[in-house]
Design a protein around this ligand. Structure first.
Ligand code: NAP
Ligand code: GDD
Length: 359
């Protein structure tokens, strides 16, 4: 039985990857941070099923307190577990927040990565343990070619992107210096019903569900022209695993090869709840109007603009498709939006039911 250690297991990707690896028969270890409030909602499917003994043996799933910035904690955990595979998903992953907390973002996203690589080296596990580093399309930032592939030069545009570039290069450096199986998955945006609520896609799908159910009046957004290559997180975690199973340690771009604007994401989300949006005005004056009622339901608020923006990202998944046999368009864009809206419609309905029970 293979052992995997996941940092960032409480996040979107960590929770999907944990489920995927358990189904593959792995013993899964996850690092969770101490928090004053409960932070394991995304793991509830695993925890409930494990407790009920339905799918997974409890003994195959272990959570440990830790933090990637705590060097001694990282060394102790890796030394105790001696994993075959480490997936370093831990990050301060919000680009806008990284402008407010650049130092902290560097500590977690940069130094945190080094801590893991160093721990594996110091503990003499370089031949046993394979390491996956969660790199990002934010490295391409102000894109130098379209579409972006493994050889495209980097030009990060945020403290997050700059911190992640350290993670990328130190991973490559340890691979070349110490002959380690340490690799980067350069993942483009991937979303799901488990996406954090302050990322643009989830903010939109949740707002569409709340607006149609009369629980919210308006959706306030920043740059509507921004273009992203959005895929489904559940498909992307499979690729993380495939990258670590490849014969040779190599870096891969993971993307769908399709690009859509924030404006399109808004239109489609509202379409799925039966609302047609009509746009009027321009720039900060642009508004999204409910065609049937004439109500303004989407507005621009400059507070969501970033000091420097990544205007467009479009990935070229040729390498991952040909070498890993991965299907980049398993979940098409329209289906991704539908999955997210459907989940948020249920979530809002459930909140409403609970509220009515106690009103
Ligand atoms: P996410 O939902 O924000 O999850 C981040 C995870 O990291 C959470 O479990 C968080 O724990 C944990 N974490 C944060 N700081 C930590 C620290 N100091 N020590 C240990 N754990 C820490 O992110 P995601 O969307 O799943 O993304 C996973 C990884 O892929 C991240 O590294 C992200 O930068 C990268 N990535 C994401 C995308 C994307 O589109 N989703 C694309 C490219 C790359 P708490 O729950 O306690 O906060
Ligand atoms: N969050 C947010 N909120 N973004 C908005 C909003 C808003 O109200 N309005 C417009 N946007 C625009 C942002 O300016 C950005 O251009 C785009 O929507 C996507 O923003 P996010 O969903 O916050 O994601 P991101 O692209 O900045 O970063 C995500 O993807 C990266 C991979 O490219 C994160 O998951 C990163 O961790 C990841 O590395």
């Amino acid at each position: 039985m293979k052992k995997a250690l996941l940092t960032g297991i409480t996040g979107q990707d960590g929770s999907f990857l944990a489920e995927f690896l358990l189904e593959k028969g792995y013993e899964v270890h996850g690092v969770i941070r101490r928090s004053s409030s409960y932070n394991q909602e995304r793991l509830e499917e695993i925890l409930t099923e494990a407790e009920a003994g339905i799918l997974f043996n409890n003994e195959n799933f272990h959570l440990h307190y830790g933090d990637v910035t705590d060097t001694s904690n990282v060394i102790r955990l890796i030394g105790d577990i001696r994993p075959d595979e480490i997936y370093n998903l831990a990050a301060q992953s919000h680009v806008r927040v990284s402008f407010d907390m650049p130092g902290y973002t560097l500590d977690v996203d940069g130094k945190g990565t080094l801590n893991i690589l160093e721990a594996v080296r110091i503990l003499g596990l370089t031949e046993k343990t394979r390491i996956y580093q969660a790199s990002t399309s934010e490295l391409f930032g102000k894109v130098q070619e379209v579409p972006q592939k493994e050889t495209t030069p980097f030009y990060p545009r945020s403290p997050y992107g700059v911190a992640k570039i350290y993670g990328y290069w130190i991973t490559k450096n340890y691979r070349e210096s110490y002959n380690m199986f340490a690799v980067n998955g350069i993942l483009f945006n991937h979303e799901s019903e488990r996406r954090g609520e302050t990322f643009v896609t989830r903010k939109i799908t949740l707002a569409a569900a709340r607006i149609v159910q009369g629980k919210q009046k308006k959706l306030m957004l920043g740059n509507l022209d921004s273009l992203r290559d959005w895929g489904y997180a559940k498909d992307y975690v499979e690729c993380m695993w495939l990258i670590l199973q490849h014969d040779t340690p190599e870096d891969f771009v993971i993307a769908t090869g399709e690009m859509h604007s924030v404006r399109e994401f808004v239109e489609l989300s509202f379409k799925h709840v039966g609302i047609e949006i009509e746009w009027s005005g321009q720039g900060v004056e642009e508004k999204g109007v409910n065609k049937a009622t004439g109500e303004v339901i989407v507005e621009v608020d400059p507070k969501f603009f970033r000091p420097s923006e990544v205007e467009q990202l479009l990935g070229d998944p040729t390498k991952s498709r040909t070498l890993l046999g991965w299907n980049p368009t398993k979940t098409p864009f329209d289906e991704l939006v539908r999955i997210m809206v459907k989940a948020d419609m249920r979530k809002v309905e459930k909140e409403d039911k609970v509220k009515k029970m106690f009103d």
